[in-house]
Design a protein around this ligand. Structure first.
Ligand code: EPU
Length: 337
């Protein structure tokens, strides 16, 4: 167990922000986590997964712990399904590749999402018509202070659009250490999303397979989203706002082609990327912070930006979208003040 001091988190956040943590350590099992906590019991705690959904606005005056609990274990199987218990520190896309190789279906639409398995349920990661809540059986977590261990089933996790109990009632309380997935042996393909259809047609793919779907998803993501290894970013910076049908109609009266997603609660979900683009921000630069030229929902570090530069740009965007559409954008990124 090595605890480092005054440690740069730059390699540990995909925005590539050079924030320092007063202390830093990694843990590969719960026992190590408990030991480290006992060594520094009073330090504020930050748990890092892949660091792909986080923005450091300043140095972190506390203890940052990187979850490196690994392992994929088959715990149950029936003719239709397989249940896999996976360590929270496993890389998400590597886990998707494992499932593809074993022919376990359900996560192929979530290919290439950065981050770790343990961070995925926190914000109910989703893309191209699928959310992780559809394949989560249960989540195991340990309380940061009391070390109480809990297992939440799917319902207990209170999943919503980029939401879960871990971002609300249990915020800063529990550390996820394992996630159990229920995957299908027989795939149900989810290819209704427009961009998926386009590429399937372009490539003349007629027989679907989970590998083919994954390849299409990877292609779409690579064409639109910047690779964090090349340009620092945290994926979508804001959530897509949900507005009332009346509000949507008033926007449509001014912008005939406003896109919309169907939303279950009688609200209309509008792509924040579209709102930001209409407000003139796509491809704009403000010092070392910028708005990606192919997807306006993604803010980027153009090189040596500080967290506060990115935050300032995000606030300007929020103001102009609010002015133009009376829509308040909320960050999807976890901002560490
Ligand atoms: N659009 C624009 N301009 C832009 C970007 C988007 O006009 O610059 C419009 C287009 O009409 C496009 C529509 O918005 O058809 C939707 O864009 P896209 O398919 O890129 O999806 P999104 O709504 O912007 C969401 C997720 C992404 C996920 C994609 C695909 C959120 C906050 N973001 O983005 O998730 O990959 O759908 O399902 O829900 C992430 O969470 O980090 C993330 C990348």
């Amino acid at each position: 167990m090595i605890i480092k001091q005054n440690f740069s988190l730059r390699p540990y956040n995909t925005f590539g922000i050079d924030a320092k943590s007063r202390y830093f350590a990694t843990f590969e099992c719960i026992e190590d986590l408990v030991k480290i906590k006992e060594t520094l019991p009073d330090e504020p705690l930050l748990i890092l997964g892949g660091g792909s959904n986080i923005l450091f606005v300043q140095d972190f005056e506390g203890l940052t712990l990187k979850n490196e609990i690994k392992g994929i274990q088959k715990i149950k199987e029936d003719p239709q399904h397989v249940w896999l218990r996976v360590g929270a520190g496993e890389n998400w896309h590597e886990f998707v590749c494992y499932c593809l190789q074993k022919q376990y279906a359900g996560v192929e639409n979530l290919s290439l999402i950065p981050g770790t398995v343990g961070a995925a349920p926190m914000q109910n990661i989703g893309a191209y018509g699928v959310e992780i809540k559809e394949v989560i059986h249960s989540v195991e977590a340990i309380h940061r202070d009391t070390q109480q261990q809990i297992t939440l089933n799917n319902q207990d996790c209170a999943f919503g659009y980029r939401e879960s109990i871990f971002k609300n009632k249990y915020k800063y309380q529990y550390i996820i250490h394992h996630v159990t997935f229920r995957l299908s042996k027989k795939p149900t393909f989810r290819v209704e999303y427009g961009a998926i259809q386009e590429i399937l047609k372009q490539k003349n793919i007629q027989t679907l397979s989970i590998q083919a779907v994954s390849e299409v998803i990877c292609e779409i993501r690579k064409s639109k989203l910047p690779d964090p290894a090349k340009i620092g970013n945290g994926g979508s910076f804001f959530k897509n706002p949900e507005i009332s049908p009346a509000h949507f109609e008033s926007i449509k009266a001014r912008f005939e082609h406003v896109p919309a997603y169907p939303s279950p609660e009688g609200l209309v979900k509008v792509p924040a990327g579209w709102l930001i683009e209409q407000a003139g921000w796509k491809g704009k630069k403000e010092g070392k912070a910028g708005v990606h030229e192919k997807q306006a929902l993604v803010l980027v570090n153009l090189g040596n930006a500080q967290g506060k530069d990115i935050l300032a740009l995000s606030q300007k965007i929020q103001d102009s979208v609010n002015e133009l559409f009376e829509v308040k954008l909320s960050p999807e990124i976890n901002i560490i003040p």
